[in-house]
Write a protein that binds this ligand. Sequence first.
Ligand SMILES: Cc1cc2nc3c(=O)[nH]c(=O)nc-3n(C[C@H](O)[C@H](O)[C@H](O)COP(=O)(O)OP(=O)(O)OC[C@H]3O[C@@H](n4cnc5c(N)ncnc54)[C@H](O)[C@@H]3O)c2cc1C
Length: 425
Amino acid sequence: MMIRAANTLQEARRVAGMAGQADVRPDWSPVAARVRAEATGGWDDSVAVERFQRCGGRLVHGRGVLTGPRTVRVGAESFTARRGIVIATGSQPSIPRIPGLDEVAFWTTHDVIRAERLPDSLLVLGGGPIGCELGQVLARFGVRVTVIEASDLLLPAEDPEASWVVQAAFEAEGIQVRTGAAVQRVRAEGDAIAVTLAGGAELSGSRLLVATGRRVDLTQLGLESAGLGGGRYIEVDERLRAAGGIWAMGDVTGKAIFTHVALYQSEIVSADILGEHHPPVRYDALPRAVFIDPEVWAVGMTEASASAAGLDVNVAVKHLPSTFRGWLHGGGGSGVITLVVDRRTDLQLGATAVGPSGGEVQGMLALAVHARVSLAELRSMIYASPTFHGAVGEAVAASGRGLMTVLDLGYAGFAPAGNRAPNGQ
Ligand SMILES: Cc1cc2nc3c(=O)[nH]c(=O)nc-3n(C[C@H](O)[C@H](O)[C@H](O)COP(=O)(O)OP(=O)(O)OC[C@H]3O[C@@H](n4cnc5c(N)ncnc54)[C@H](O)[C@@H]3O)c2cc1C
C-alpha cells in the first residue's frame, strides 16, 4: 500500500513534459490510515483468526517452545502432536554491531510500517531490497533520503545492471546513494542522528532506518529437546522434514526470505503431512522481487552465481529504452533485461527484468527457467508488440537480424560472462 501510493505520486510527477501539468502535494496520512485500517485491521488479527477458526483451526496466542519430539508448551499449557509439528517462526531484523548504534533510537522496518508521520530526513542503513523499497517510498513523500550500502552496488545479490539502473533512477529523483560505505560510528546529535563513514564523511538525518537484512533466531524454540538445532537455520530435506514428525517452512529454513517461498513450502508440508503426492522442493527457478520503481525482478541464477557454480554462461543485456515499448513509454521507462544462458546446453538458467511491469515480464522468464526452456525455443516464439515482455524477444533475437534491431544497432546479443560497465559501455 505504501509503495503503491508512492508510485502514484511519481506517475503524477511524470505528467509534466508528457501530458500537461499536475500539482502534486504528498500527504502521508491516507497511507497510514489505509495501512492501519485495511492492511492490519487496526493492528488487530481477529478477522484473520476468525477465518482460520472457521476452517477448523485453533489459535493459541503465546510463545511456543518445543519440550520434546512431539510436545510444545505455550505458557502453562502443553500440547501433544498426533500428526506432527510445523515450525514457521520467521525471522527478525538483523542489527549490525556498530559503535553507538545501541545508544540511539533507530527505526527498523516494523517502525516505518507503523509510522503516522514522516521525518524530514532519513538515513537508510542497507541498500538491499527493503532499504531500497522503503527509502524510495519516503523520498517520494518529500523525505530527504540517503541510502548507505557497504558493498559497491545497491541490490548486490542481483546482476550488476539492475544496480546501475536503480542507482541512476534513485539519483535522478534526489535520493542520495553512498555505496562502498563502511559505517564507523553512530551518535545522537540533538534531535538528529549522525553517522560517520570510514574516511571521515559525516551524514545526518532526523531518523535512521536500519535495514541490514533479516536473521533467524533459533535460540528460544527448545529445538534441542527434539534433537534439532545447532545451525543458523533449521535443516530440512526435500519434503521440508526437519526430523520424524517435525516440518519447518518459511524464513527459518534459510532458503530465501519471501512470502512466496513460505507459501510454496507450505503446499509441500501440507501434502506430506496428509500423505499426498507432491513433487519435491526445487529452488532453481526462485523468483526474487524488489518493489521499487523501476521494479526489479530476477529468477534463477545471476551471472555471478552461475560462474561460482562452475557453469560456462553467455549473458545478454538489453536496455529497455532501446526496445520498442521502452522507447514508447518515455519518462519512467528506465530498465534492463539480462538473460543468463548455459553455453553447453543452451538452457535459460536465470534472468533479471528491471523496468515498468518488471514482475509481469519476469513471469514468462520464471516459466522459462522452471521448465528449462532453451534459447532456441525462446527465439522461435511470437512476442506481442509493443509489450515490455517483447523486450525478451528483442534480447534473444540473433544479433543483427530482425526489424527490432534497427532500434538498437549497437546491441551485441549474447556474450561470454565478464566485466561490463553501466549502460553497456
Ligand atoms: C519490510 C518487509 C517487506 C517484505 N516484503 C516482501 C515482499 O514484498 N514479498 C515477499 O515475498 N516477501 C517479503 N518479505 C518477507 C516476508 O515477509 C517473509 O519471507 C515471510 O513473512 C516469511 O513467512 P514465515 O511464515 O516464515 O514468517 P513470518 O511471516 O515472520 O511469521 C512468523 C510468525 O511466527 C511468530 N513466532 C515467532 N516465534 C514464535 C514462537 N516461539 N511461538 C509462536 N509464534 C512465534 C512471529 O511472531 C510471526 O508472527 C518482507 C519482509 C519485510 C520485513
